[in-house]
Design a protein around this ligand. Sequence first.
Ligand SMILES: Cc1cc2nc3c(=O)[nH]c(=O)nc-3n(C[C@H](O)[C@H](O)[C@H](O)COP(=O)(O)OP(=O)(O)OC[C@H]3O[C@@H](n4cnc5c(N)ncnc54)[C@H](O)[C@@H]3O)c2cc1C
Length: 404
Amino acid sequence: MSEEFYYDLVVVGGGPAGSSAAFAAAKNGIKVALIEKENTIAETVRTSGVTWIQNIKEFGIPDNCFNPIKNFSFCSPKNQVTISDTIPRAAVLDVRKTYRWLAKEAEKCGADVFVKTNIKNAIKNKNGDIVGVEGIGPNGKITFNSKVVIDASGFPSTVCKAMEFAPQWERFGAGAEYEVKAENVDSDTWWLMVGQEYSPAGYAWIFPLGDNIVRIGVGVGKPESNVDPTQRLKEIIEKKLGPIKKLGKLTELEFHYGLIPNDGLSRKTVFNNLILVGDSAGQANPLVLEGIRYAIKFGRVAGKVASKAIIDGNTDEKSLYPYEENWRKDIESKINSAGKVQDRWIGLTDDEWDKELDIIKELKSEEFIDFIKADFGLSNMLKLATHHPKLAVRQLFNLVKGKK
Ligand SMILES: Cc1cc2nc3c(=O)[nH]c(=O)nc-3n(C[C@H](O)[C@H](O)[C@H](O)COP(=O)(O)OP(=O)(O)OC[C@H]3O[C@@H](n4cnc5c(N)ncnc54)[C@H](O)[C@@H]3O)c2cc1C
């Protein structure tokens, strides 16, 4: 059997970017389809789910969707630092609960959610512009005609590739993670673990979710290293390396695996009748490969701009451009600066990491958070680069500003 539908807007991908785009567009009163290939929203978890309390509040994510974090521990082979705060500024999300809440919000505003629907092709008009998508749904072939398509399919960027607008990502992060029940967990404290034994081009982590559950993971930069993150994760758990030892007995609950683009902001993200958002647009902070808050924030912007263009009756590239202008203004310079710090971090030896942690030790909690979030406001950075009491910190922030 084949089915055919007509919508104002079709959003491909029911992750944080897609659900947020569908929410904002449906709220503006247009007819929206949100399409997810898996059996349910967030069936497969591909992320560690760390984000920031300030953004959680801004998005209205309910309190039962996250575990707050107020201590930030870093360890290298021979060094360790914990930056403690009086209030929690970070959080580890219950990813399924959060992503399902985001999709529900879209549904409540009137978006139709299609699951088990795998989009494979773009439908083009005679000018070569996209006018819909098609794929396989629960009942066979399925076709969606629409005025605008939003590609929120994440790393695979299905629609963008079907339109031949961009090749596959060349530089990306690959991450593997076990969600485990552990004997001893400090649920206020996260760990980032750096050095060759944890990851030759990346880092390992322990992120607590509350109730003695933690996510232990390894991320590896590609093509910089050919290490398999799953293999490396098994090795560091078996060796009980660093802070993993303190967790005591571990009982595996789930395994997660995912890829995240790290090519910088290399893609154009608006075309006639088409917007790319989230990982499909490469909108991630490269320092710690963090993209959930950008996916939600710019998903909402994409939905708003697309719905306005549809209501105004013109959906060409120029009419959709305010979306690209919005996100570039917000994050382009920050992401570029974060890329410079990441390039430095990827090349560090174990000894150099030990010394780098001495620099990180000098940061106040807010400075550390701004740094790791790549929230490099220029006046902040100027202040730190010129007035911080420690020379090494000044040099680190000069790097962010672009000086040698
Ligand atoms: C190992 C790892 C750890 C990470 N940790 C963090 C972290 O701690 N904090 C953070 O902020 N970010 C983290 N990230 C990044 C973060 O997960 C992404 O930036 C974020 O998920 C991007 O959201 P998205 O909606 O663009 O894409 P996704 O979350 O990937 O969602 C895309 C959705 O589209 C669906 N889809 C794909 N193709 C099709 C198709 N053809 N048809 C229909 N549906 C389709 C998928 O099933 C999926 O549901 C991590 C990434 C990895 C790989």
